[in-house]
Design a protein around this ligand. Structure first.
Ligand SMILES: CC(C)(COP(=O)(O)OP(=O)(O)OC[C@H]1O[C@@H](n2cnc3c(N)ncnc32)[C@H](O)[C@@H]1OP(=O)(O)O)[C@@H](O)C(=O)NCCC(=O)NCCS
Length: 197
């Protein structure tokens, strides 16, 4: 998907039955169920998913297949850094994994929020043992203009009261939208620079 396509398609059907949409409170229970079944995710109280669906629906997306929620990404724009989207959780039902769905959820969320909120950077935190999540965000960075990605310590084990693993901060961006022609010129310039060593 090109940047210009993405910015105009906040709600997209990637096949006849899959829809990626901003959630309503009726979707919160299924988000909670997916988080619970993932086992790897911290399970927030069901109340937290309800609050996110009510108050942060603009920065959250669910994937719905045949009327059932099969994946979600939830986040918020950081109050202290209004150009930064913090992605709190992304999860896909086990039976729908490996089909690019998490990537599509991130693409739809980012393109929508970049358009509505002038966001240019995505933040998330990942534990060292979550290779799937690391690859998901590295893949997102590559897809979006090969955006720079930095990894830094954020929440150490000692910050957590419950033996939680350390969470490192992944920052991807800045990612700016250009029209396709300009994007092609930028890519050509990048390739020329690379060939010059
Ligand atoms: C992480 C998760 C959301 C990925 O969902 P998905 O729909 O299968 O991911 P995608 O198919 O969009 O894959 C995105 C990229 O991640 C890679 N990836 C996905 N699952 C992977 C795995 N288990 N191991 C290694 N890489 C993986 C894919 O190869 C792909 O990379 P590519 O674009 O370079 O080919 C899913 O495994 C999940 O729900 N896990 C449990 C919850 C969790 O850990 N969430 C992340 C922390 S909030």
């Amino acid at each position: 998907m090109s940047a210009t396509q993405a910015i105009t398609n906040v709600q997209v059907e990637s096949d006849s039955t899959e829809r990626i949409i901003a959630p309503g409170i009726e979707h919160a229970a299924e988000m909670w169920r997916i988080a619970r079944d993932s086992v790897t995710l911290d399970l927030n109280p069901s109340y937290a998913y309800l609050v996110y669906c009510r108050d942060f629906s603009r920065t959250t997306r669910v994937a719905v297949v045949d009327g059932k929620v099969v994946g979600y990404v939830m986040g918020h724009v950081r109050p202290e850094k209004p150009h930064h989207l913090f992605v709190w959780q992304v999860a896909v039902d086990e039976s729908y994994r490996g089909r690019g769905l998490a990537g599509r959820l991130l693409d739809e969320l980012f393109s929508g929020v970049a358009a509505s909120d002038d966001v240019h950077t995505v933040e998330t935190t990942i534990t060292d043992d979550n290779e799937a999540s690391q690859n998901l965000f590295a893949s997102f960075a590559r897809r979006w203009q090969k955006a720079p990605m930095t990894v830094d310590p954020l929440f150490d084990g000692k910050h957590f009261p419950d033996n939680h693993d350390a969470e490192k901060l992944y920052e991807i961006g800045p990612i700016f939208f250009f029209d396709d022609e300009l994007l092609a010129e930028v890519e050509q310039a990048r390739q020329r620079a690379e060939s010059l060593g």
